[in-house]
Ligand binder design. Structure first.
Ligand code: SAM
Length: 248
């Protein structure tokens, strides 16, 4: 994992992105020098009096398309040597924890925020290393999608959050995370599972593994088909299968 990272965002609405870099854990990472960021408003790179960034699509059809020239000029003004240039787009491959780890190893990531129907394809062909989708749905702006990518990536950098927190998270072992509880011990007549109060670390580990597997089986059975799990995990899965058969 890289020790620090530069993040450049090209956007027509820098104010949407700015608040994220100035708040909470990201703000601390910036202060500590783990993250350096730069926000580029590519409207500043227009040359006409109306500062036009979009135009009608060739071939007709609904909506507008972001024009190539201002974006190209903005990108040409940057030092892109060694940078990974990302375009959040519903037509890219899905963003996953694995991708987040891959991007977290880069020294410099650049994100281009789309709007309207998207960006002139010639920009994608010439400058973009990866198109990345945040999910199988369409949102109205690349700013929110870029923030999802940035948030998924920067928290993996050394020194941003504790490595213990990262190790046990959903997807890390190929399964979803177990449920969490904190004080008070009784909330609206509901208690906390006894095992979590027992102080018995091995039993707690086993309970968490089983709960994580139960949740994965219920919510994301596709994840269970992707891996060769340990004997312990396979035993629990068999047991859950038997329990389902009995119930069903
Ligand atoms: N016409 C495009 C299509 O059908 O694929 C959708 C354009 S969308 C309204 C505007 C911008 O939002 C996109 O250019 C992209 O930057 C961003 N966006 C929308 N949905 C996204 C998703 N699922 N993943 C990543 N970016 C997305």
């Amino acid at each position: 994992m890289a020790d620090g990272m530069k993040i450049t965002v090209l956007t027509l609405f820098p104010e949407i992105i700015k608040g994220f870099f100035e708040s909470s854990i990201m703000a601390k990472a910036v202060t500590k020098g783990l993250i350096e960021y730069e926000l580029i408003d590519f409207r500043e790179f227009t040359t006409d009096k109306h500062r036009t960034c979009d135009d009608y699509p060739y071939g007709g059809g609904a909506g507008m398309v972001l024009k190539a020239e201002p974006i190209a000029r903005a990108l040409d003004s940057l030092n892109l040597e060694g940078a990974r240039v990302l375009f959040p787009s519903p037509s890219g491959p899905l963003f996953t924890q694995k991708k987040a780890r891959e991007f977290a190893a880069e020294e410099h990531i650049v994100l281009l925020c789309g709007r309207y129907e998207g960006v002139d394809q010639r920009i994608i062909d010439e400058y973009i290393d990866d198109e990345v989708s945040i999910g199988d749905y369409v949102i109205s702006s690349g700013e929110i999608a870029s923030l999802v990518l940035i948030d998924g990536v920067y928290r993996l950098l050394d020194g941003v959050i504790s490595s213990d927190s990262l190790e046990e998270e959903s997807f890390e072992g190929g399964i979803l995370e177990y449920p969490h509880y904190t004080r008070p011990e009784i909330f609206r007549d509901e208690g906390v599972p006894e095992v979590l109060l027992s102080g018995h670390h091995e039993n707690i580990r086993k309970w968490r593994l089983r709960k994580g597997l139960e949740k994965t089986k219920r919510n994301r059975p596709d994840l269970l088909a992707l891996r060769n799990f340990s004997d312990e995990v396979q035993e629990i899965l068999k047991d859950l299968e038997l329990a389902d058969d009995k119930e069903g």
